[in-house]
Design a protein around this ligand. Structure first.
Ligand code: FES
Length: 195
C-alpha cells in the first residue's frame, strides 16, 4: 500500500495540515480522536528556496495541493518578499482567508491579462496546477518574457509514496530522459525539467 502525501499549510511550533475534502486522507484524519497514534513518514523531499535576488513572488493556485501555496505565502512574508496569489477559479476563494494580509490576491484564468501582468511582474513563480496545463504555462511565460528561464517557474507535483527514501522508484515522474523522484527531488520541480 502506498503512502499518501499531506502538505503543511503552516509551520512553526504547531504545524497545520490542509487536507481537501475529496482527499482519501480527509475522512480518516477528520475522525481521529485526541491522543490517537498516526504512522507518519516525513518530511520528504527538498525545501523551497527562493532564487537569489528574487523579491517578487507569484503563487498560482489552480489545483490541489494548495496547502504549499499557503505555506510559501507566509514564509515569503517573513522574508519580506512581495507576494501575489492568483487563484484559478471561485472554488478556491476560501483559500484567501488563509493567506497573509500582505499578499495581493486575485482570481484569473491561464489566458487572462491579469495573469500576463503578474508573470511580467514576478521574478519567481510557484504553481499548483494540473499537469495538462504545464505546457500552456510554459508557452505563456516564454511568450511574455521571451524565454522560460531555469528555475523561474516551479510546479508542485505530488505522488503517492512507497519507501519515501528515493529507493523504490514508485514516485518517479513520467518525464522522458529524466530520473526525477517526487519523494527525493520534489515536490517542487523546475517547470523546464517537466516539459
Ligand atoms: S517513494 Fe520510493 S522512490 Fe519515491
Amino acid at each position: 500500500m502506498l503512502r499518501h502525501p499531506a502538505f503543511f499549510s503552516r509551520g512553526g511550533n504547531r504545524a497545520q495540515l490542509l487536507i481537501p475534502p475529496v482527499d482519501p486522507l480527509h475522512l480518516p484524519l477528520s475522525t481521529l480522536l485526541p491522543q490517537s497514534s498516526l504512522d507518519v513518514l516525513g518530511p520528504l523531499g527538498q525545501p523551497y528556496l527562493l532564487s537569489a535576488g528574487a523579491r517578487r513572488l507569484l503563487l498560482l493556485a489552480f489545483a490541489e495541493p494548495v496547502a504549499p501555496i499557503v505555506a510559501i505565502s507566509h514564509w515569503a512574508e517573513r522574508q519580506g518578499v512581495a507576494t501575489a496569489v492568483i487563484i484559478g477559479g471561485e472554488q478556491w476563494q476560501p483559500l484567501v482567508s488563509l493567506l497573509p494580509e500582505s499578499a495581493e490576491c486575485g482570481v484569473a484564468g491561464l489566458n487572462s491579462s491579469a495573469l500576463e501582468q503578474a508573470l511580467l511582474w514576478a521574478d519567481q513563480v510557484v504553481a499548483s496546477l494540473p499537469p495538462a496545463l504545464f505546457g500552456a504555462l510554459a508557452a505563456l511565460t516564454s511568450r511574455l518574457r521571451l524565454r522560460l528561464a531555469p528555475g523561474f517557474v516551479k510546479v508542485i507535483v505530488a505522488r503517492d509514496y512507497l519507501c519515501g527514501l528515493g529507493a523504490c522508484g514508485s514516485c518517479a515522474l513520467p518525464v522522458p530522459g529524466q530520473h526525477l523522484l517526487s519523494c527525493r527531488d520534489g515536490p517542487l520541480f523546475d517547470l523546464r525539467e517537466l516539459l
